[in-house]
Design a protein around this ligand. Structure first.
Ligand SMILES: C[S@@+](CC[C@H](N)C(=O)[O-])C[C@H]1O[C@@H](n2cnc3c(N)ncnc32)[C@H](O)[C@@H]1O
Length: 270
């Protein structure tokens, strides 16, 4: 395992070769804070370190990894079947997501089924079209990742990407997507978009809150359409909608892409 050790600490460095090699060899990756993992987890070799996140490779079966992280009693989130987020509490777990994607960087595409993600984006755009009763022209891709939605056959005239991870934003821009180059969406004017799509994002901790906040950028009557990975439940998105003047309008299970959800603004009653 020693050859997996990486000494790079520069932000956004691509550790992908080491990560891929570990995943291909059946290791489970554990993301935690640099130098703060509890003892049993620290025993696993570190393969990627940035100032905000450390990724370790657990040389044990998934069952053993699960038992160890349970013993540690930190907050645990499994992700993409081969990565575990481990932090003292849920809030801290959420904060690990953007730096984890900074580490995955341009290697992200090799981790997912690209065709499936493109077809999921097509499905979300089709749902938006159905709910709006016309094709959306200006669409924000919230959590755009590497920009796979660009491959959607029904892609709108203006598709803008945004992602919480700086490295993913750069990766999407490198693949030709127009990206909102900002760390936070707070400064972006309201009412710009017909629809927001969010493809394989809303199951991630913290993402529902951010996506519902992004609905501020929708024009009146606009819609947010997203899907949830596998069997992730809609509890967090339902909570994120509460008290925000929006409603979970539509939910449909898709065997390939998990649950597809649409959120609309509440209509004013006269
Ligand atoms: C599984 S990837 C999906 C990427 C892309 N939509 C696709 O279908 O390939 C999840 C993406 O969501 C981003 N993300 C996670 N939490 C986010 C948040 N709160 N706000 C914006 N982006 C977020 C991650 O950085 C990552 O690029």
């Amino acid at each position: 395992m020693n050859n997996y050790f990486a000494s790079e600490t520069s932000r956004g460095a691509s550790h992908w070769p080491q990560l891929r090699s570990a995943i291909e060899n059946g290791f489970t990756l554990v993301a935690t804070y640099p130098n703060s993992a509890p003892a049993p987890v620290q025993a696993w070799p570190s393969i990627a370190v940035t100032p905000e996140v450390e990724v370790r490779a657990a040389p044990a079966s998934k069952k053993e990894v699960a038992a160890t992280v349970r013993r540690v009693k930190w907050s645990v989130r499994w992700y993409l079947d081969s990565i575990v987020l481990l932090a003292p509490d849920d809030r801290a777990c959420t904060s690990l997501i953007p730096p984890l994607y900074d580490v995955l960087g341009p290697g992200y595409d090799a981790l997912v089924d690209r065709k499936r993600n493109v077809s999921a984006a097509e499905g979300l755009l089709a749902t938006a079209r159905r709910l709006l009763s016309r094709p959306p022209e200006n669409v924000l891709d919230f959590g755009c990742g590497s920009g796979l939605a660009l491959g959607a056959r029904n892609r709108p005239q203006f598709l803008l990407g945004w992602d919480a991870s700086e490295v993913m934003r750069r990766t999407a821009a490198d693949t030709g997507m127009t990206v909102l180059e900002t760390k936070s969406l707070d400064s972006v004017p309201s009412g710009l978009f017909d629809a927001v799509i969010s493809c394989y994002v809303l199951h991630l901790p913290g993402a529902p809150e951010g996506a519902v906040a992004a609905m501020r950028m929708l024009r009146t009557g606009g819609v947010l359409v997203g899907n949830l990975h596998h069997s992730a439940d809609s509890g967090e998105i339902t909570r994120a909608c509460s008290g925000r003047g929006v409603r979970l309008e539509y939910q449909e299970h898709d065997p390939l892409h998990g649950d597809i959800l649409a959120i609309t603004h509440l209509r004013e009653t006269k």
